[in-house]
Design a protein around this ligand. Sequence first.
Ligand SMILES: *Cc1c(COP(=O)(O)O)cnc(C)c1O
Length: 400
Amino acid sequence: MSNSATINLPDASGHFGPYGGMFVPETLMTALQDLEREYHSARKDSEFRKELGGLLADFCGRPTALYFAERLTEKLGGAKIYLKREDLLHTGAHKINNAIGQILLARRMGKTRIIAETGAGQHGVATATAAARFGFECTIYMGAVDMERQALNVARMRFLGAKVVGVTAGQATLKEAINEAMRDWVTNVRNTHYILGSALGSHPYPMIVRDFHRVIGDETRRQILQREERLPDLLVACVGGGSNAIGFFHPFINDESVKMTGVEAGGDGIVRGRHAARFQGGKLGVLQGTKTWLLADADGQIELTHSVSAGLDYAAIGPEHSYYRDSGRIDYDYATDDEALAGFRTLSEIEGIIPALETAHAIAHVIKVAPAMAKDSLLIANLSGRGDKDVSQAAEILLA
Ligand SMILES: *Cc1c(COP(=O)(O)O)cnc(C)c1O
């Protein structure tokens, strides 16, 4: 694997090796090409970078802390554990990094209306927040099942002035919400920008979303070098579509000594239809604009998925993750619902930090691997979001 080639992915056609690409209706091709062109021009524009940097600092709360989890480290008795505190960002998760970046692109393109999909509601809240900040009309598509388990976030989006449209088709979760958002975009593409919420979908989204989240890994690298004067041994992040993970990992991709593990949702265990771990029994396919690993049956029909966390409950993984899994650069594992709930409890009780249920999957992995690591080794987990949105759901399961 050539490092410089890797870091320059995707290629000009939007591929990460065999993965990625643009599998979209003809009507969206022009909009996606416009978006890519605008993104490349924005990236080179110092005014754009300055405005984005200012908003990330003063509106969102960057840089986020790199926190030494002293009591968790003591309890597990192995690696020294640090947490990258994306949970401290405005709106409560990493999602705001991307929403703010994309709304600046939308404004550059002269769009006046924003749409987005949301699973756990964090991306919907981040998008509604960005839309309110910039005075855009905003519509959020959300599965009816997710609306029920994430009622708090639905109310937040409405207070922020967004219209929340419930989607009842199919499993009524994230995949169906993306379908509806795509349908809206096809119809209203002239004045509407679609703020996709993960490193997923057609090119150029996986690249743009990754780059807006790279700030997580860039800060982490600076902070750990300052604190420990060396690079970490292991990075751990949960992987839904894969945006918090890829933004956190990417600045370390060329540092061969740094191992990385992405943690998927194991649901009730690896039984068909009862989990969302695409690298456990998944296959190559095309879903919602991109070629990647996904959960489908022998006929190519997308299988049902399940996870206690709405934000990890999706049948496909971002294409760049499929690429790094093949090359062996990133390892992938999974945590079950029960393990994630135990991680949720442990971090709350030991560190005084209630994590999102998505994030709790990364914590569950840390609990598994840290004890066997040397005491002088360094492990950093990305704390992608806070658990306020999950408190009532977790209480029903854990405090009943
Ligand atoms: C949305 C979300 C995730 C999953 O999305 P990725 O794109 O895989 O990062 C993880 N953690 C939190 C807190 C989220 O809100």
